[in-house]
Design a protein around this ligand. Structure first.
Ligand code: DHB
Length: 310
């Protein structure tokens, strides 16, 4: 038997493969499709204090090797995601709420509301690149530290932060030092690469309407950056902090590479949006086949054991 289960803070996932917050996880109906798939857990759309319609359409477009989006946090408000937790928990999988806000008091309010719900884990989103006029919190280290302080003070649930991609070793080190001094159980790395631009050369136009065409890049384009972030944080973070890898996981090979780099759990965003809920079964089957071929029985057999050249 090949075991691809994983644990975060005492929460057990039968499979390490689940959805990423964002695509197809805004309504109870969409979330039920995830709950009844082979996904190891259920991650809900990032929610805010108020209901949000999000940015004008078109705001998500599939492109050759991935996607570009500028959704603008459309969601049904945190109260909705509190109310549907009993229904979603009835499927027996870990349930993860994703929380977004403009400042620490908004995060506080939502975190407190989930304390009394039966959500298992909180993902604190510090990396939405698509709200007009607002910077990504994860690039503001002081603000990130403040929010982690507030969440740590009020959360009764295990929690972690969803981070934007970093590209500079000094930034990795600064963020890792803040994370190592916080109460987080895990990081989710990476969110989309912010503010990319696609152009239709024939019509001479951008592909999405918000923000002059700029939007978050997802899919195959971002896998090398995602692997680098998982690997660097694996090197820098205390071993008690788990890493949830996201960014361009389409296949069992991709999943294997993320775990080899140090990931404990994996999330599928663009690939799930493109293929639908059956992707969880396919990637699971492919990952198990690779492990079988290599003689690995559990993820611990190879997690983080990437070889470098001397
Ligand atoms: C949205 C995009 C993100 O990358 C994110 O983390 C949260 C929200 C969005 O545009 O809806």
């Amino acid at each position: 038997m090949i075991d691809i289960s994983a644990d975060i803070s005492g929460v057990h996932f039968d499979s390490c493969i689940m959805n990423a917050s964002g695509p197809l996880d805004t309504t109870l109906e969409e979330l039920t499709d995830i709950a009844t798939s082979s996904a190891g857990g259920i991650v809900m759309k990032s929610c805010t204090v108020e209901v949000r319609e999000g940015n004008p359409e078109p705001r998500y477009v599939d492109v050759e090797w991935g996607s570009i989006n500028s959704m603008g946090l459309p969601n049904l408000g945190y109260k909705y995601y509190n109310e549907i937790t009993p229904k979603l928990k009835s499927y027996g999988k870990p349930l993860i709420a994703s929380i977004a806000g403009a400042e620490s008091q908004e995060y506080k309010k939502i975190v407190e509301s989930f304390n009394t719900s039966n959500v298992d884990i909180l993902e604190i989103n510090l990396s939405c690149p698509n709200v007009v006029g607002r910077p990504q919190i994860g690039y503001d280290f002081e603000m990130s530290e403040e929010i982690m302080g507030v969440v740590g003070d009020v959360s009764d649930k295990p929690w972690g932060v969803k981070l934007p991609p970093y590209f500079d070793f000094v930034h990795f080190e600064e963020m890792a030092s803040i994370l190592n001094n916080s109460k987080i159980s895990f990081i989710v790395s990476i969110n989309s690469i912010g503010n990319a631009l696609f152009i239709d050369w024939e019509t001479e136009k951008v592909l999405i309407k918000p923000k002059g065409g700029f939007g978050g890049l997802g899919g195959k384009y971002i896998k090398p950056t995602a692997l680098a972030n998982v690997r660097k944080f694996h090197e820098l973070l205390d071993k008690s902090i788990k890493i949830v890898g996201v960014g361009g996981v389409y296949s069992g090979i991709d999943a294997f590479e993320f775990i080899l780099s140090g990931a404990t759990l994996l999330q599928l965003g663009t690939s799930f949006a493109q293929e639908g809920p059956q992707i969880f079964e396919r990637v699971t089957r492919e990952l198990k086949a690779i492990m079988e071929k290599k003689g690995y029985k559990s993820l611990e057999d190879f997690r983080g054991k990437l070889k470098v050249m001397n």
